[in-house]
Design a protein around this ligand. Structure first.
Ligand code: KIV
Length: 275
């Protein structure tokens, strides 16, 4: 059930208690990445519960091969654009590589910037057991944290590529231990990325916080996709993606028609000219 504010006529923002309730009631949670005002506004009014300003911006916005070059300043910039548009969705700023690994103190300082300067309601960071203390410290500073375990793109060099995790006994145990550590540290939710569906279901059943899956099957409490994959704006999409639109083809067609019209002096027409 959505609750509308008498003052603004808008639905109230999704909160941590809302998400906990959703898990208890078995109501699924939808999260999308967003990096700018325009798309954040579209997704917010379309009823997306969480907007993640993902460090995937390194790939889909900046054209890098990995997420590693993304800086905190860049995440803050994009988070501020998204926060300005999001009235209902909870905005999560993804802490980029280097912004939480040095020390818990440094991580808390950077998480505070995500809230103060980016306007985020929460932050996300990758890892499990090794970031337990860091999550605990950020949560103690009253900043909600979303964990991220399994395939963690910032660990690309350790993993040897974007590889599905948890396929061996040892791997399964690591994913489970990481997810439990994230919950124990006080995170409000955890992303489960790139793992067998059966393992993700098992993790979901063993945690009291919501799990948000990407390439982790339908047994999670929610799902997240990178917006460029959802909308057909990526050159290549992984097999777990369902593409809901082909905006890339539409944009290309529109640009081509515009170029033709300009070349043939068909644009601007009389109706597009000031008198
Ligand atoms: O950066 C990102 O977009 C993410 C999602 C894939 C979960 O971390």
């Amino acid at each position: 059930m959505s609750i509308v504010s008498a003052e603004t006529g808008r639905e109230h923002r999704i909160t941590l208690p809302t998400l906990r309730r959703r898990k208890r009631r078995g109501e699924k949670i939808a999260m999308l990445t967003a990096y700018d005002f325009t798309f954040a506004q579209i997704f917010d009014t379309a009823g997306i519960d969480l907007l993640l300003v993902g460090d995937s911006l390194g790939n889909v916005v900046q054209g890098h091969d990995t997420t590693l070059p993304v800086t905190l300043e860049e995440v803050l910039y994009h988070t501020a654009l998204v926060s300005r548009a999001a009235h209902r969705a909870l905005v999560v700023a993804d802490m980029p590589f280097g912004s939480y690994q040095v020390s818990p103190e440094d991580a808390v300082r950077n998480a505070i910037r995500c809230v103060k300067e980016g306007g985020a309601q929460a932050v996300k960071l990758e890892g499990g057991v090794v970031v337990l203390e860091t999550i605990r410290r950020i949560v103690a500073a009253e900043i909600p944290v979303m964990g991220h375990v399994g395939l963690t793109p910032q660990a690309i060099h350790r993993m040897g590529g974007h590889r599905v995790q948890g396929r061996t006994e040892k791997g399964r145990a690591k994913v489970m231990a990481d997810a439990r550590a994230v919950e124990e540290a006080g995170a409000f939710a955890v992303v489960l990325e790139g793992m067998p569906a059966e393992l993700a279901s098992e993790v979901t059943a063993s945690l009291s916080i919501p799990t948000i899956g990407i390439g982790a099957g339908g047994g999670c409490d929610g799902q997240v996709l990178v917006m460029h994959d959802l909308l057909g704006l990526s050159e290549w999409t992984p097999s777990f993606v369902k593409q809901y639109a082909n905006l890339g083809a539409l944009a290309s067609q529109a640009a081509r028609r515009f170029a033709e019209d300009v070349a043939e002096a068909k644009f601007p027409g009389d109706e597009h000219v000031y008198s």
